[in-house]
Structure formats: C-alpha cells, structure tokens
Design a protein around this ligand. Structure first.
Ligand SMILES: [Ca+2]
Length: 368
C-alpha cells in the first residue's frame, strides 16, 4: 500500500516501485546539507558519508512532541529518529512520474501477471488452503482476492523490500520531494506513519532499525503501512504475536480483515463488462466520479453505458473504470463497491485490476 503508480492516488508495492523506476525522469535531488550532521560510515577506503536527522531541529522537535503524545521516553525517540539516515533513493522514487509518462494497462498487466507469479500463487494457495478457507468463512473475502493481493504486492513474500523502514519513513516525513503536487499533505502523512511505526516497535520491544520494507515504509508480505498494521493486522495463527513477514496465516487473516474494514461485500462481483450506446453516450458524466461507485444500473445505462446478464440485476452503485492502453484504445469495465474496496489497498484501478486478474489466473491454474 501507498505510493503513486500513475499520477492518481497513492500506493506502495515494491513491484510498483520497479515500474516507477523504469518510468521516472532522473531528477537530481537538492540536499539541504547545512542542516545535516555528517557521519562517517565504515572505516575502509570506500567510506560513505551518511546524513542523519539528529541535527535537524524539526525532526528533534517532532521526536519530543511525539514522545509527549505517546507517553514514550523522549530520549529513546530522539535517539531513534536522530540515527535515521536520509535516503536519497527514497526521495527519488517518490517523485511524481514524468509528464510524458503514458498509462498503459497492457504493460502494467504484463509486469504483474506472468507464469512465475502464477506458479508461485498456486504454491501459496495449496500450502495455505486452510487459512484461506478460514479467512473466507470469517471475513467473506475470497481466497482468489487474497492470493491476488499478496502476489502483486511481494510475489508471496519473495520481495518485501530492502529499505530500512526507519530511514524511509523519516526521510519522507522530513524531506518529502517538494516537487510533488501534494508534498505538504504527504509529508504530514509520513510523519503520522513514522509515529505509528515507532510506537509499534516500542510496544513489541523490537529495534526499529531491524525492520526492512518498501521505499515508502510498507512492511511484510502484504506490505502494510504502520498505521494499517496497527489498525488491521491480526494474529490469525494464534501464536500470540502478529508477524506479517513470516506467518502466512497472519498475513492472510490481516488482508481479509483489511478488506472487511473497507466494506468488502461477500458474494459481490468486482466488476462487469460494459459497452456503450453512442446514440445517448454522456462520457463526461460517466467519468466524473472517477472510480467511486455512484451510478445505479438505471442511471448508468441512461447515460449510455450498456450492461447485460447479471450486471442488470446488480443492486449497488457502479463506477465506469477506464484503463488506458497507451497509444491503443482504452478498456472499460463497470466497477462495483468491491472493485472500489481493492483500490483502498492501493489507490489505483490498474492495481485493482491486476489483483483481480492474477487471482483469477491462479484460480484457473488450480482447477487444472
Ligand atoms: Ca501470529
């Protein structure tokens, strides 16, 4: 969860980071060196100059405020934030995509839905069948969706990210790229995540510098941000601890719990096929609410969307989901509230469609 795949919304998978790296311009990062304490790391010939946050007054002020808010030892919080290192790669990865970047669902899909990921999904499903069935029974979220999420996020734990979470969150809290259109809002967001993360590690008595994650600080097999970990992660294998790195049961239960919290409705399809009646098509009106399900079947079809079969019996609101294909014709589907629920994990319809299609491909392979 939580970076921005394309220009709209946030998200955070390590895999999506790869897409961004491939498409981001090389923007040189302006270092505010005068505020950094310089630390020599390593004593060998290849010593690297690292910049920590101990001499950044706003970071130390935040540490004191946070310690007071959370009733934590201020010296411990100051020490942790003070030892965090600025990571320029994190800043670079958080830059908005180049203006010339063209959204392309076919390219996006090919990155996430491939034979290796599908095979890994089959193995994951078979190994974790009991937990997936229990999660489906208790939370109403199908195995297919949970398998799709964990596959798109980290290839079933293969790529959970190698950034120190402490460095990533502290860098984004205090040095979020100013060129970003919502830099102020995002930097406030990451301050909140840093606070949640430190409190969580303190509570679990784990050194905050041990945790590794995505460049945005997302952790474990499901890439939960700290605030999501605090709110939605659970101990699904009953061993008394929540472990989203090593316990596949905890991961499965936590993802299902997340979806339930975001209004997943058992039994509802994620989307339906849609075509258009050009004689009465009001595309502007259909696109206006973006991915937020807004239209009844009657108002959707009155504006020129054509549904058939079970879609005509759908009782909840629908959204017109547009997937651009670069220079080729875009694709459209009618998204339900469950499609929208997947975008609460990662705010992108391209992401949601990848999760759905990966889960479907894995399920199809399971049946063969
Ligand atoms: Ca557990």
């Amino acid at each position: 969860m939580m970076i921005r795949p394309f220009a709209n919304r946030l998200c955070s998978t390590a895999a999506i980071a790869t897409l961004l790296i491939a498409s981001s311009p090389d923007i040189s990062w302006a270092r505010d060196t005068k505020h950094f304490k310089k630390v020599q790391a390593g004593s060998g010939a290849a010593a690297v100059t690292l910049q920590t946050y101990a001499s950044r007054p706003e970071a130390m002020q935040f540490a004191d405020d946070m310690a007071a808010r959370r009733d934590l030892d201020a010296a411990w919080v100051r020490d942790a934030i003070g030892r965090a290192q600025n990571n320029p790669t994190v800043v670079r990865l958080m830059q908005p995509p180049a203006k010339t970047f063209v959204k392309n669902w076919r390219v996006y899909r090919s990155r996430f839905i491939d034979p290796i990921r599908i095979e890994a999904g089959v193995r994951f499903w078979r190994t974790n069948q009991a937990s997936l069935e229990r999660a489906e029974k208790e939370y109403g979220v199908p195995a297919e969706i949970i398998v799709g999420i964990i596959g798109v996020e980290t290839i079933y734990g293969r790529d959970t990210g190698s950034f120190r979470v402490m460095d990533a969150l502290t860098t984004l809290a205090f040095d979020f790229p100013a060129s970003h259109p919502r830099a102020g809002e995002r930097s406030a967001f990451f301050k909140g995540e840093l606070e949640q993360f430190l409190s969580l590690q303190h509570r679990r008595s784990i050194d905050p510098f041990e945790a590794r994650g995505s460049f945005a600080g997302a952790m474990g097999m499901p890439q939960f941000m700290p605030s999501s970990w605090v709110k939605y992660a659970l101990d699904f294998d009953g061993d008394g601890a929540v472990d989203l790195w090593n316990s596949t049961a905890d991961v499965i239960g936590s993802v299902a719990n997340y979806f339930k919290a975001f209004n997943w409705q058992p039994g509802m399809p994620t989307h339906y096929p849609v075509s258009f009646d050009k004689s009465r098509l009001d595309m502007d009106a259909l696109m206006a609410p973006d991915i937020l399900p807004t239209f009844s079947v009657a108002s959707f079809t009155a504006k020129g969307a054509v549904l058939d079969g079970p879609a005509l019996q759908h009782s909840g609101p629908l959204a017109l989901i547009e997937l651009l294909n670069g220079p080729h014709e875009p694709q459209y589907v009618a998204g339900t509230e469950n499609f929208y629920a997947i975008t609460r994990y990662n705010w992108s319809s391209y992401y949601a469609m990848s999760v759905i299609e990966l889960g479907r491909e894995v399920a199809a392979r399971m049946e063969r």
